[in-house]
Design a protein around this ligand. Sequence first.
Ligand code: CA
Length: 472
Amino acid sequence: MSRPPNFLFIMSDDHAAHAMSCYGSRINRTPQLDRIADGGMRFDNCFCTNSICTPSRAAILTGTWNHVNGVTTLATHMDNRLPTFVKTLQAAGWQTGIFGKWHLGTGPAHCPAGFDDWAVLPGQGIYHNPTFIFKGPEGGQRRVVEGYTTDIITDMCLDWLDGRDRERPFMLMCHHKAPHRPWVTDDAHASMFLNEDVPEPDTLQDDYSERAAAAAAAHMRVGVHMNDTDIKAEMPRDMPEAELRSWAYQRYIKDYLRVVASIDDNVGRLLDWLDEQGLAEDTVVVYTSDQGFFLGDHGWYDKRFMYEESLRMPLVMRYPRRIEAGSVSADMVLNVDFAPTFLELAGLEPDEGIQGRSFAAILEGDTPPDWRQSFYYRYWMHRSHHNVFAHYGVRTHRHKLIYYYADGLGHSGSVGERHEPEWELFDLQGDPAELHNIVDRPDMADTVATLKDELHRLQAEVGDQRYQLDVD
Ligand code: CA
């Protein structure tokens, strides 16, 4: 007779799947994260519906696309009266807690709701000696906590677990600030990679030809679009751009991987605690990140684009009672699917209005015959300092069609030129790096028409509206 599961939901910020060894990373090892994959299921096609921090977090909690939950951009905060899977679990008797990054707003209207206890970083938070907001009246009280943020968040989680009511199941969200920019390491990992070069991605020197104008216009190039804080050195601005990109890549990626190594160690502490307490069998352990990230791919850092490295979320889940150890799924699952999945695993009905679909059957190796073969994505921001054009699109297992409907004209109008809307089509089988936009190739006309139909069908299905110039 199985008991109601506990949930240990660990989410980092901007951790790309290709910096986890269980996903075949060429640049680092993550033995503790691999423990989750080895003991459970690795999802090779988990995607976000909007590759940016705040919106993805809202999608995870509510199970809805961002035009529905209202959190379309970094500037929009979540109304904490919205239904979330955490509130449903709490109402059904689960103990609930969240420690770490929240990033859905502060104050009484936006602070965490549905949690018995919480302590969260204001906004992005910082890496060393961070201020936390602790649960309390009027949106909570602020206090500085000494130490390294990834360690502190784990300490808070372990303290909460130790103090819990052992008679009731728990849902604990451990939300790391790491490895978000500016990638500040702790002392324990500062000397990793000191005397070695990290391999460069194949597309580090991408020149953005054969793409829509958006790629070349984006201000997220390693080196030229970084500052001294990013690379912890004075940027050698007189270096030729390609050389600077390689040089800055080493500075950037080493810090990123050092920060990831600290997450890995701290995940190990939580997994060890579950083993010591005899709770591993009864606990659903999840490791994911709010979106992917460019690790020098296409010459970039950051995310936002519907390109693979940024679109893909790492997702590994362990629950020995229902998931076979070492299993792998290629089914398309989305951040909006998390909420209904957790509720089904808890034996509860999905909240009214949830748009995602439970993948609990997939966890047991039983993909429903009508499981999705495509999904809808939308990045709404078009005036951020990274100058990424707003876009929406559809991805199938074989193709990706993207429509850039609004150009950059970044903040203060200081960057970006006026551009007409543009389409991009990639063949993910023949061109997995997405270097060749083939939307205008005559032999692709039927494929483009089919994908446009599918895009507009999905857009209508989730209740979003197409851009005025996107006409048949
Ligand atoms: Ca993020």
